[in-house]
Design a protein around this ligand. Structure first.
Ligand code: AMP
Ligand code: MG
Length: 524
């Protein structure tokens, strides 16, 4: 006869088993269609899984049973201790250019793709672990992740999502009950990450570097089926894929630039084919506007400085283009490659214009302009450039300046003026901007659109994930087990456009000396 404790234990296990069987409706195309592109692998079991974070809204979007997954039973799954039915965990192979140097083999060293689900919108989404133990790609790494960096993935991913920027998102974070050895001993964690896919530029580089044309073609066709299905079966589909990635990356980086986001480690293995932001390691938001800003402790040369991001995106696109060239050519015969080269180069050359258009579209909205300037007028790009130059010269907080420009549009100029020392320069620029707004109103005719201040407040955030707030939240969670600051911050960044009293503390920049000394570290 079992005693009460065993009975309770058995009931808990029964709950976990039931949950494993019923939670995810996996349909794993990567495992099925691309054998040889990965190593099937199991997550390492951990001693004491405990839930830290669960993304209820995302769970519902994925059609999951949120109530069932939120508690301890869910933690056993999200720690990798109970692999849900239908999951086919695997470590993906990929290569990558890191800070310009090529590593022919990186791969999922501490990550596993569990499988794919179709969300409520009919979109296929990857469910993956990060920090789930060593894999054959781990090299010297321990395969683990710490609480702080995994919660950083949560905060930054949710902040970007709320800003309308394509991003991977965190579904759950659990603590493992295990120490992780870094410069200090830290509590271990596993992140469950949701992505449109984990295909990277580096995935293509892996097969290209090995001259494996057959696998390269299968990979490209898989990517096309997944992200650009309209190209399936077309003759020029591989060039089409390159164009589509160019378009998505141009749009993504333009959005980063318009909110002042610095990714920090734009290696080709962190550059997605889907156009989602991935890998929130040494990333951070700008405060005072300075295009040369670098926060990452490992970016000594400033390769991934704020202003370099569009150039790096183009460079990464060129690396993808090199891998696709033999597919565009139809073979890797030298004469054929030479003939195909101009068509590929044309796509890379067009990146600057694609990016410029995406940036300007965003800037126009931020400036409160509904229409492009007439052809005989000074271009809007010049107006935006002059504004940014002003912010740079006066070291003004990027986010606050844009937001208070909306107040100026509503007739309240004082909050904006308070940010600037040089009142005359600001006034001169404002006069230009007001003239442009008037012209825009005349061009107008769009009666369905909201008043200008309202439109501007819908695109210029009041709250971003400020560095000192992120740091404060992660330190409290990691060192003191206190999740309250993390939860409050998460709440704030999930409503970036709402200017309520509760949001106010999250809208304040860090003291300048804090920002000057701020360093971010690769997500370990
Ligand atoms: P990242 O800097 O996170 O983009 O990772 C770059 C490469 O290092 C990838 O191949 C990762 O899988 C691998 N990696 C990073 N941290 C670890 C770790 N703690 N254990 C094993 N592999 C790791
Ligand atoms: Mg990475």
């Amino acid at each position: 006869m079992p005693n009460g404790a065993t009975l309770a234990g058995a009931t808990a296990w029964a709950r976990v088993i039931k949950l494993c069987m019923a939670t995810f409706e996996f349909d794993n195309t990567y495992a099925r269609d691309l054998p040889g592109f990965y190593v099937p692998w199991k997550p390492a079991a951990v001693p004491a899984p405990r839930p830290l974070f669960f993304n209820r809204e995302l769970a519902l979007e994925l059609g999951l049973d949120a109530d069932a997954l939120a508690g301890d039973a869910g933690a056993a799954i999200f720690a990798g201790n109970s692999v849900p039915e239908g999951a086919e965990p695997l470590a993906q192979a990929y290569a990558g250019h890191q800070f310009g140097g090529f590593s022919p083999q990186l791969g999922d060293g501490r990550a596993l793709l569990l499988g794919e689900v179709i969300d409520r919108q009919g979109q296929r989404r990857d469910i993956a672990f990060k920090g789930s133990g060593r894999t054959p790609f781990a090299r010297g790494g321990d395969g683990k992740a710490a609480v702080g960096p995994m919660l950083r993935e949560v905060v930054l991913g949710e902040a970007m999502h709320a800003l309308g920027i394509p991003t991977t998102r965190a579904l759950a974070v659990v603590t493992t009950g295990e120490p992780v050895y870094r410069e200090q001993v830290l509590p271990g964690a596993v992140l469950t990450r949701v992505a449109a896919s984990h295909l990277r530029v580096g995935t293509f580089e892996f097969y290209a570097a090995r001259g494996d044309l057959e696998r390269l073609r299968r990979l490209a066709d898989y990517a096309i089926a997944r992200h650009d299905p309209q190209l399936v079966g077309t003759a020029d589909r591989h060039l089409g894929l390159l164009r589509a990635v160019a378009r998505r990356q141009a749009a993504l980086v333009a959005q980063w630039m318009n909110v002042g986001f610095i990714h920090g480690v734009m290696n080709t293995d962190n550059t997605t084919i889907s156009g989602e932001t991935i890998d929130y390691g040494p990333c951070a938001f700008l405060e005072a506007y300075d295009p040369t800003t670098v926060f990452s402790s490992i970016d000594h040369g400033g390769r991934y400085a704020f202003a370099n991001q569009p150039l790096v995106a183009r460079w990464n696109l060129a690396r993808l283009a090199e891998t696709l060239l033999p597919l565009v050519a139809g073979c890797d015969d030298e004469a054929a490659l030479k003939r195909a080269l101009p068509r590929v180069v044309e796509v890379i050359d067009a990146f600057g214009a694609l990016y410029g258009e995406a940036l300007l579209r965003g800037q126009r909205a931020k400036l409160g302009l509904a229409h492009a300037a007439p052809a005989d007028d000074a271009p809007d790009a010049a107006l935006a450039d002059a504004w940014l130059a002003l912010l740079q010269r006066e070291a003004v907080d990027h986010t606050l300046a844009w937001r208070r420009l909306a107040d100026a549009a509503a007739g309240d100029e004082a909050p904006l003026r308070a940010l600037f020392g040089d009142a005359a320069a600001l006034q001169a620029w404002l006069a230009r901007w007001r003239a442009r707004c008037s012209a825009d109103d005349v061009a107008g005719g769009d009666r369905s659109s909201a008043p200008r201040p309202e439109r501007m407040r819908g695109v210029n955030p009041y709250v971003i994930a400020r560095n000192h707030r992120v740091e404060e939240a992660l330190v409290a969670a990691s060192q003191a087990g206190d999740l309250a600051p993390f939860e409050r911050l998460l709440d704030a960044v999930r409503r970036p456009f709402a200017a309520t009293p509760a949001q106010a503390p999250y809208a304040e920049p860090a003291p300048a000396d804090v920002t000057a000394a701020y360093r971010t570290f690769c997500g370990t």
